[in-house]
Each structure stands twice: as structure tokens, then as C-alpha cells.
Design a protein. Structure first.
Ligand code: 5AD
Ligand code: SF4
Length: 427
């Protein structure tokens, strides 16, 4: 979501006549879009801000701006702690940056009330043929470790008619793959009165019906809201990819309760079973937090058991990070650093081993790959992604944005490799 907001900022700045400076020292405007999800990001940002202070003292005409969740969580305090900052705004006020820059304002300004979706703003996509679409803002969950509800506010769904129009515009602009974004995508529409409500499954069908959109992804759903209609959509809608990112967080029901995730291990595994029943080949990825306060060796072993049982195609793994203002930051039972590190190592080993095993099912198959560009390790080869969201390195002749059939001949935990099936180009 944060990276998507950056694209909007970039698009907006370009429409005001700005362009990217090669070096920070050449910039008239130094703008940070901050993420506060974990402490490490905050700390790195503070170091960058120190550099901005130095550059501003060399050239006081320079504008320093801070957007995003960090700005939102400290609000006007940013100007007390960092008096050289000219403008600060939260994730719901991105459009205010343009207003500030156009206003010749000499006084520092802060904008922290949620006002609008960044989806209205021009965007600057990293790749012409892929786009993110923000379908909702905020989150009504109360996961005890998470700072997002306090920085992005209550959930608000965007109007489906407006969203469909945006997808049509993007398709006309050459986009073939869209990723629907929200803090909890599958609670989409629940904040809207019943008579006007569109469910997430219905939204998926609307997007699927847009000509030119070949692939649809979304992130992230919440397991508690993962209903059968959405799962069936993966089997029924041609563009909806065979991949679901289903954040687990912990395999221990006791820890899940302390996390206020509102599902337990059994319900999570039921969701996985339902996915496998309707879409047997579906790739599954997840998010896992290790070292939540009070996590015992037994709790952690239960997380490993779920990893073994599900066999994820990949996982993002995080060490618990206490965030200001969250319930979990006040809990007793913090774990010692070496314990967290050791658990993380065991978790990563299990995730990678299972992902490697699972990836072998692709060897020998021909898979549709959306070409992204040259391979990172060997520029003579191409790189793209399968519908299962696996990176694929292959020999072939496609251009970025092409859909190509690739015969897979090897698989590691992270990537597949193969060669273009030449027949497919002739047909
Ligand atoms: N500590 C560690 N990981 C966190 N996440 C969110 N908040 C925290 C935190 N305080 C992780 C969750 C979430 C992902 C986006 O970031 O796993 O799904
Ligand atoms: Fe945070 Fe939980 Fe909402 Fe995700 S669902 S954004 S983890 S509060």
C-alpha cells in the first residue's frame, strides 16, 4: 500500500512539473513516504531525515516533506522534533501535497485528517502493464500488534462503479495485470449500506469482465473473512490468478487469541482445505510473526506444524516489533533476542524447504508467464511471473508485457526456470 501511495505521489509531482533528481543533493524537494509497520523502517527513516536536515541547511530553499504512516502517527509533533520539515501529511491526504507546493506557503503545514483515496490521483506505474488499485482505505480489525488501524483509520470502501471505470481506463492504457489493494480486501463493501453493497467476490467479477485485463491479484485478505464465494471465484473467473496470500501470523490458537486475529488454528486450516477443494493447484503464501510476547516453544512448534501441513509456496516472516500505541507493545513476556533469532532460522528453513518441495509440481508443465524484463542474474534470459506468482527465468524472445508459454524444467523455493515453448508463438 505504501509503495502504491508513492506511485501516486510521483504521478502527482510529475503533473506539477517535477521530475526525479539523480541525487538527493540535486533535489528542490525531498519527500519521504514513510511506513511504520515495523520499528526498523522507522529507525532507517530517522537516519535519512538527518541527511535531509543537512541538505536543507546547505540550501534553505529546499522543501522537505514527510508523508505516510509515520507522519500520521506523530502528527504535528513532527514539526517540534524536526523543525526543518516543511510539510507533513498522512496516507489520506496525499493530494494536499500538491496544494502545499502550489501555494508558496512559507509556514510549515500538516495534514492529518483522512480525506480522500489516493486512487483519484495520477499515478506513475513502475511497469506500464501492471497496476495497483486501492479498493479500500483503513482497517476495522484490532490485531493487537498492528499500528495500521491507528494510522489509516476506519475502513472505507471505494465505489465499485468508480473502481470499474478506473480498471477500464487502465486497460485502455495498456495494463494487463491489476492487484487490488486493501488492508483487508475481503471485507470490501461491508461499510456500505446493504442496498448499495457490492461484495468482494462481486467486485472481482466486475474487474474480470473488463476487456484486456488478463490477470487479477489482490492483497491482503483476512482469513476470518475468506468466504466460499471468493474461493470459488478463483476457479470460475478466467483472469483471477491461482494464488492466495492468506496471512497466518501464528499457528498457535493461544497466540492468535492474544493477537486478536479472531480465528483459531482449526478455522484457518479449514479455509486452506476449502481453497484446496475448489482450486487444488492454488499457490498459497502467508505472513508469519515470530516472537510475539508470551510465545512459548510449544506455541512456536504449532506454527511450524501449520507450515509443514499447509506447504506454503512462500512466506514473509517477521520478528515481532512492538509498535507505539498498540496493545501488544504493553504485553509482558517479551522474548530475548537470541530466542527470536533462533526461531526465525527454524521457521525460514521450514518455509523454504516446503516451498521448494511444492515448487516441484511445476516442473514439466507449460506455464503462462507475464514477461517483466531481463533476468536479474543473466541478462541473456528473460524474467517474468507465472499466474501462481512464481518468478520465472527463461530463454525466450518476448518483450515486457507479453504473455508467453514457458516449459518449466527446474524449480527452487523462490524461482522457476525454463524455456519458451516456441510452438505457442507460431499459433
Ligand atoms: N511486528 C512484526 N510484524 C508485523 N506485521 C504487522 N505488524 C507487525 C509487528 N508489530 C506483519 C504482519 C502483517 C505484515 C504486513 O506485517 O505479518 O501481515
Ligand atoms: Fe493490521 Fe490486522 Fe488490519 Fe492487517 S487486518 S492491517 S494486521 S489490524
Amino acid at each position: 500500500m505504501n509503495a502504491h501511495d508513492s506511485e501516486r505521489m510521483k504521478g502527482m509531482l510529475e503533473s506539477l512539473g517535477y521530475s526525479e533528481a539523480a541525487e538527493r543533493a540535486d533535489a528542490d524537494l525531498i519527500l519521504f513516504n514513510t511506513c511504520s509497520i515495523r520499528e526498523a523502517a522507522d529507525n532507517r527513516f530517522i537516519a535519512h531525515l538527518g541527511e535531509a536536515k543537512r541538505l536543507k541547511s546547505e540550501d534553505p530553499g529546499r522543501v522537505v516533506g514527510v508523508g505516510g504512516c509515520w507522519a500520521q502517527s506523530v502528527k504535528d509533533e513532527v514539526f517540534e522534533r524536526f523543525p526543518f520539515v516543511d510539510v507533513a501529511f498522512g496516507p489520506g491526504q496525499i493530494h494536499r501535497l500538491a496544494e502545499f507546493l502550489a501555494s508558496d506557503s512559507l509556514t510549515a503545514q500538516g495534514y492529518f485528517e483522512f480525506e480522500d483515496f489516493s486512487g483519484h490521483l495520477p499515478d506513475k506505474r513502475e511497469r506500464e502493464f501492471q497496476a495497483w488499485i486501492q479498493i479500500s482505505q483503513g482497517c476495522n480489525c484490532r490485531c493487537s500488534y498492528c499500528i495500521v488501524p491507528s494510522t489509516r483509520g476506519r475502513e472505507q470502501s471505494r465505489d465499485p462503479v468508480e473502481l470499474t471505470a478506473e480498471v477500464e481506463r487502465l486497460a485502455a492504457d495498456g495494463v494487463r495485470e491489476v492487484t487490488l489493494l486493501g488492508q483487508n480486501v475481503n471485507s470490501y463493501g461491508r461499510d456500505v449500506p446493504r442496498e448499495r453493497k457490492t461484495t468482494f467476490a462481486e467486485l472481482l467479477a466486475l474487474v474480470d469482465s473488463v476487456a484486456g485485463i488478463e490477470r487479477i491479484r489482490y492483497t491482503s485478505p483476512h482469513p476470518k473473512d475468506m468466504r466460499e464465494d471468493v474461493i470459488r471465484a478463483h476457479a470460475e473467473l478466467p483472469a483471477l490468478c491461482e494464488h492466495i496470500h492468506l496471512p497466518l501470523q501464528s499457528g498457535s490458537s493461544r497466540i492468535l487469541k492474544a493477537m486478536r486475529r479472531t480465528y483459531d488454528r482449526g478455522r484457518y486450516l479449514d479455509r486452506v482445505a476449502l481453497i484446496r477443494e475448489h482450486v487444488p493447484d492454488c499457490a498459497l503464501t502467508t505472513d508469519i510473526i515470530v516472537g510475539f510476547p508470551g510465545e512459548t516453544e510449544r506455541d512456536f512448534a504449532e506454527t511450524l506444524e501449520v507450515v509443514e501441513a499447509v506447504g506454503y509456496d512462500g512466506a514473509f516472516t517477521f520478528v515481532f516489533s512492538p509498535r507505539r500505541g498498540t496493545e501488544a507493545a504493553t504485553l509482558e513476556g517479551r522474548l530475548a533476542h537470541p530466542v527470536k533469532r533462533e526461531r526465525m532460522e527454524r521457521l525460514v528453513e521450514a518455509v523454504q524447504r516446503r516451498a521448494r518441495e511444492r515448487a516441484q509440481r511445476f516442473v514439466g508443465r507449460t506455464m503462462e508467464v507475464l514477461v517483466e524484463g531481463p533476468s536479474r542474474t543473466d541478462p541473456a534470459r528473460l524474467r517474468g511471473r507465472s499466474r501462481h506468482n512464481k518468478a520465472v527465468n527463461f530463454e525466450g524472445t518476448g518483450a515486457p508485457g507479453d504473455l508467453i508459454e514457458v516449459e518449466i524444467d527446474a524449480a527452487t523455493s523462490m524461482t522457476l526456470s525454463g524455456q519458451e515453448r516456441l510452438l505457442s508463438r507460431v499459433v
